[in-house]
Structure formats: structure tokens, C-alpha cells
Design a binder for this molecule. Sequence first.
Ligand code: FES
Length: 708
Amino acid sequence: MTAGADPTGGDPTGADSTGADPTGGDPTEPTTESLLLAALAEDPLAATVLGPLDPEEAPEPPDPEDLDVFLREGLMPERADVQGEAGLLDGTGRVALRFAPSGRDVRVPAGVSVFDAASWNGIAIDSTCGGHGTCRKCKVRLTSGSAPITSHDVRTFSQGELDDGWRLACLVRTAVDLDVDVPPLVTRPKASTVGVGRQVILRPAVQKRFLELEEPTLSDQRTDIVRILDAITDLEPRVDLAVIRSAARVLRAADFKVTAVIIDDLLVDIEPGDTTDRRFAIAYDLGTTTVVATLLDLSTGTPAAVASMLNGQQPFGGDVITRISATMMDDSAAGRLRELAHATLNSLAQEVLAEAGVAPTEVYEVGLAGNATMTALALGIDPEPLGVAPFVMSAASFPPVPVAELGLTLHPGARAVIFPALGAYVGGDIVAGMLASGMDRDKRARLFVDVGTNCEIVLSDGERIVSTAAPAGPAFEGGAIRCGMRAADGAIEVITLDPAAPAGAPEGVQLGVIGDVEPRGLCGSGLVDAVAELARVGLLDSSGRFITDEQAAEQLPGLADRLSAVGQERVFVLYRPTPDAPTEQCVYLSQRDVRELQFAKAAISTGWSLLLGELDLEPRDIQQVLLAGSFGSYLSPASAIRIGLVPKLPVLRIVSAGNVAGEGAKMVLLSARERAGAEALLQEVKYVELSDRPDFNDRFVDQLAFPG
Ligand code: FES
């Protein structure tokens, strides 16, 4: 493609627009009963009471005439004229996107829009509609790879521009690898798009006012502080002692031309000269495994830099229970865990500040979204009650805390906003996710599933919201899986089986490997893909048992030789490094791995099926399923449906939601109103306790099998 006229300088207003184990498992496997006991041992939470919804908060419904919008929302089958290459979009596979000029490379599930992929990775694309296909401002140019032209593209671009690769980013559903040129923002935004298409009006708690003050005279002997406060005409802040200490010196050194820094209602600093365009904040997603930091420019609402790293607490164990246990067995462990959390947060802060060329003293606020255990450990709160029945938190909400309490050295007056939690197992990360996905504002029936060791599930019918936590175990993190590993280079993340492959043909198994290197293991999304594909082609029966070698040889000759055994256990070989390598040295999926996944998905599907009952909904009533979190977002929607992890719905209703916890953390920094919304969620969401349900056992057993 050749460079063409930049069409982004357009309309700046954007006005355009069974009692028996049904699994047939072997006797050495965990029984349904034992799993149930383990599940019930993780008893979470207390209930909260539903609160009223504000109808004015509901987003405008999409124009019913607008087929593209409905297509994007997954409410109708794909239209032939926009499908094109997207025939590949069956919810499987990953695509690689390279964004210019940032040079950032990202991988997302096929079908995620270019707009969402950019947004999740901190790349700002112009928008006033939040990615809903109505503002026509999200103009990008595809410089490599192509995408079908939608009717909106035709109305927005000239034929020459279309030929040059210009498209509306929110309508490009990724099917192939793409290079994407992102033009600079056309106008200074008053709103920012975050989360799942949420438009946040920029009203940060951090405000700056440039003041040109009259110098004192014998006839004007107001104090320095009164002189400053008199000049701030639209706010009536209280004054921090630090300002009183520094006022005389700063005012006189700056010829009485200073910038007042106000956080909420507190004047925290006066800075020499005009610094009004320099105000930043850092949003943290404090995960048990991975921590992500986004440096936000509060003047524009756009990310200035993003960085992530493994949580430094890993040596104390991979999940919250082992870290809590560590504090119960060793008095010094809590302090050490806190130090490690702080070191992680600090390291990320230094990284994003260096990348963006921002001084630490220009960061005035921090947002932190983490599960209840991670939050407690970072704040120095004893986590032990979170790990033992009845699983009570020390507090659900937290006051703003000085950032020094998180081990951060930023502006001396900077403070941290900590997300409130619904309970020990539906923490601040999930409240942040609900905020970012607008679970309290959308009138559609929506299901939110954050897949992980502890799986949080939220269901809304457009009026009421219910939530629960399901103990899914470590399968999705690659734990307890024979060849399991984290989603790192060498991990098989995508698997496609060809049941028609002839005997001995290598193309019977197609693998997608992170980093395009030799396979070393299987990550969680690869596990789900492998089991879904084996069930699809019939190598696994609906109970989850491998069919016999004889049946495989007869029905699937191209795949039958992949069935092998390690010890007494049957396995399916996904990758054999050399033709004569013993099975033990291969990457394989074992019968027990399949069972682990069945137990995990049964816990999750029991959770959402019980929530459906709470709201008198049927699975078909759900208009959108949001797969959230660092694992869930990378799940293949088709495979999730195939194994019954999510309800059996048209695949386009299953949407990867991205890192919604981090998005929620950004929202509370960009808007004081959203901050209040996060607290309000505590009153609006009803928690449903699974272990209290007499029908839990039967439902769990029913959910173990794969759907037909
Ligand atoms: S049309 Fe508004 S973001 Fe794409």
C-alpha cells in the first residue's frame, strides 16, 4: 500500500455520525466428592444488598438499523459482505498486530477489534463513541495485512483512502496479522475510552491551576496562602502543611507565577511557573501472577507508557492460598511479602516513568486494583482471615493512602486509591473489572467470567447484578497439568486437529506456539483448545474419556498414532521433538489433565448456571459473555463453548474483555465520578454463596460432561 492523504483531519466534532461418576475416570483420579469438598473449603463472601440503578447512566442503545454495530456486539450472525477473510473468525487462533509509530507488538485472539487491541495495550486511538462504530473518528491505516471494508468505511473514506488501507479501527475484526498506523489524536480529548467501550469524561481528582499573583504591598498584606486561595476562583481547597512550609520561598523565587496542585479538596503543592500540562498518575493491576502498570497523562486521558512484570512474591507460591499459608507459618513472611510487592510496584513505576520521560514528582495519584489477598499484603494487613473460614476481610473499603504506604517514591503529596472488594474471593480486581465493563450500566443480560485459579463470575440482567466465586484450581495456569507451563515462549496456545488427515500425515495436528519457537509445554488456553479439539473430533467422548486405540484407528486414522501412554496413563501426543523420542519427552495431554480441566470448567459452569437461576434467566437470554483477565482474555471463545466453560451461544456473543482490572484502575484516576461508582458497586451487587446451595452437588456433577 502507498501512503495517501491523511483522512483523520476530518470533522473535529465527530458529529457524523448422576450418582455414578459420569466421567468414567480411573480410580486414582480425584473423585467428584473429593473435589466438591475441596471446592467447598474455599467458601467465600458475605452478601450485599441490591441498590437502585440510575437509568441515566445506561449507554445509548445502538441504532437498530446499524448492522455493523450489532455484528460487532455479536448479536447476529456475520454478514457475508463483511466476513471476507474473517471466515477464519470462529473464535480460535491468535493474531499479531504491530502498531506504528509506537512500534508496539501485541497478540490478541482473532476477532478482537483493532480498536480494542490498541486500547488494551495503552495505545490511544481517536474516538468519541467508545468503539461502538458511530463516531467515525477511529481512523487507522493498515500498512500490512488487510481487512474487509464495512458500510461505515465506505461512508467515511474515499475510494483512494480505502485502497490505501484506511479503516475504522473499531470495525476491523482481526483475522490476520496486521501492521497498523495510528494517527495522532486530532483533538484534545475531553473523554477517554477505557475498558469495554466505556467513555469516561475526564474529571480527574488531580487538578492544576496556573496563578499569576499580585505581589504583597504595605496596603495588601494578605498572607501567602490567602493570596493563593483567593486566586483559585472555582475551588475551595484545604491547605496541606507542606504548602504552608514552602509557599514563601516558591512564590518569591517564581515571581508569584505558580501552579497550584489540588487533589480532591486538598492543596498539596505550589509549583514554580506554569506546569498545568504536566500531571500524571499510575494505574496498577496487582495480579497474583503478573503486575501491570499504566502511566496516565491526566490532561489527555491517554496512556503515556505501559509495563508489566511477574509479581515478585512468586517465590512464596503461585497462588493466594500458599502466600497466606506462608504468613501463618512464618512471622516474618508477611513483611517480606509486602517488601516484594513494593519492589514490584516500584520497579514498574521506574520503567514507565523512564519510558515516558516523566519525573516521579509529576505523578500525583496511583490507582490499585488487586484481589483481596494481594491488596492486604501490599498494605501490610494480616491476610490470615482471608485463608480460613469464615473468610472475612479486615475492611471492604480503604481510605486514600499515601503512596509511601505502597513503597513508592512519587510526589510527596501523592496518594493511592485502593479498589474496594466485595469479599475475600471477589476482590478489588473484580470490582474494577465490573466498572470497566459497565456491568452496572448496560441494559443487556451479560455474563462476566474472570477465569483463573479462583474464578469470579458476575451476571447482570440489565437491572440486577449477582456474583459468585468458583474454585477452579490451577489447571488454567498450567498447574497440575503434566506438560503445563505459563503462557511464555514455547507454550502451545492454539491447537487445531484435522480429523480427515490421512494416517501418518503430520498435518493432523496444527500448533500455535508463543514466540514461534519449539514447543516446550501447554499453557491454559492451549489446554482448553486441546481438550475442545479432542472432543470435537471424537477422540474424547462426552464423559471426557479417550476412546480406545481400536476405535481411534478405525475412526481417525490420521490422529490415532498420537494416542500413547505414560506409565498406566493414556495420553495424546501434541509434539514429538524427534521421530523416535519416547513419549515421556514429548509435549502431551494426559487423561488426568483432561479430568483437571473438567473439574475446573464444571466449577465455573456450576457457578454461572446457579447465577442464571438467581435471575430467572436461560442461557439463551445472555446477550454477551465477557471473558476477562490475563488468562480468560486469551481463551478461544469457540473452545470455551465446546467444553462448556461458557453457555452454548453464538460464538460472536463471547467477547475477550482484556485486562479489565487495569482498565478500572485507570478509570478511577481519570474520573472522580467513576471512583464513586466503584464504591457504589459494593451496594449494588448481591453475592451468591455456592456452598450454601443444596443443589450445588447435583449441578456440579451435571456439568462435568462436555456438552453435546
Ligand atoms: S466509530 Fe467511534 S470508535 Fe470507531
